[in-house]
Design a binder for this molecule. Sequence first.
Ligand code: SF4
Ligand code: SF4
Length: 318
Amino acid sequence: MPNLMLTNYCNYKCSYCFGKDIMFPKNPRQTMSRETFNGLVEWVKKGPSDKVFHLMGGEPTLHPEIDYFVGRLLEEDMHITIFSNLATPGAVELAKKVANLPVRWVVNVNDPAKWNSVQREHITTALELLGRQASLTFNVMPDEDDNLWALEYTKKYHLSNSIKVGFLLPTYKQSNVALNDDEYTVVAAKVTRLALEAAKDNIHLDYECGIPTCAFTDEQLGILWRCGSYLHSGCQSRLDVTPEGVVIYCLPMATLGSKHFTEFESYHEAALWFERRWDPYRKLGRKVECATCNLHNSAACNAGCLAKNLIDCKNINL
Ligand code: SF4
Ligand code: SF4
């Protein structure tokens, strides 16, 4: 059920990374211990739970004990998804071991034109091993080309035919590079063009959280719907847990409130605690129009990313 940060460090240094506020080097390096991990597994088992564990970082394949963690979750019959950039020797080694086991991989990639030769070797070797167990995810940049490489890689390596795209979201502290307001429509147009091209190969798009529905025109939303890439706009996170066992709502909101997992009876109680506290703030919306927007009132749009919407709010009290 939770997203477990096995490490808070990464082999990449992406300017847009929305984990910056709790990641190395802004913070000391952290690596999840077996004790914390096993405590979290027992905590989640108290339920109610969907038996889903997301392993992420930083970069989770940099954790020297990731084999143990995956093995423990398989023994517990949990559904495992690993969020990795695959650009590490550890990713290739783990891919070899779990290639025929029920482990999903969501591979966060930057434009391949930016990979160096070593990164390329690791990523392509691991993709070859993983095939349909892996799907791509990336942020659509306002100033880059139309990302057709993602379709080529999905076809070449026989990956899952679902590609997850995201908009660059800011952390509450604005520590990272994120979209300006006027770039949302630029990215929306790129996403629509990519969805049209993807549909020709029976590939569809899925969406990261925080995308406001009104970034797209009605016509673009119709195109997405017709090509099987219907927009889901939401801001409701699986809770993240840091390597030291601290529960946060999500990485961009990491500095706004946290508690150690042992302070909650269960994952379910932790999720309720955050949702109840964020609920009044959600009503602020993203812009004035949200107050009268039918989508907001019907909860069909959560008004984009709460971390972004709270940037001008001070004295937030959880
Ligand atoms: S605040 Fe909401 S939309 Fe923004 S990153 Fe967190 S969960 Fe996603
Ligand atoms: S709720 Fe706000 S952000 Fe969402 S579609 Fe309506 S106006 Fe746009």
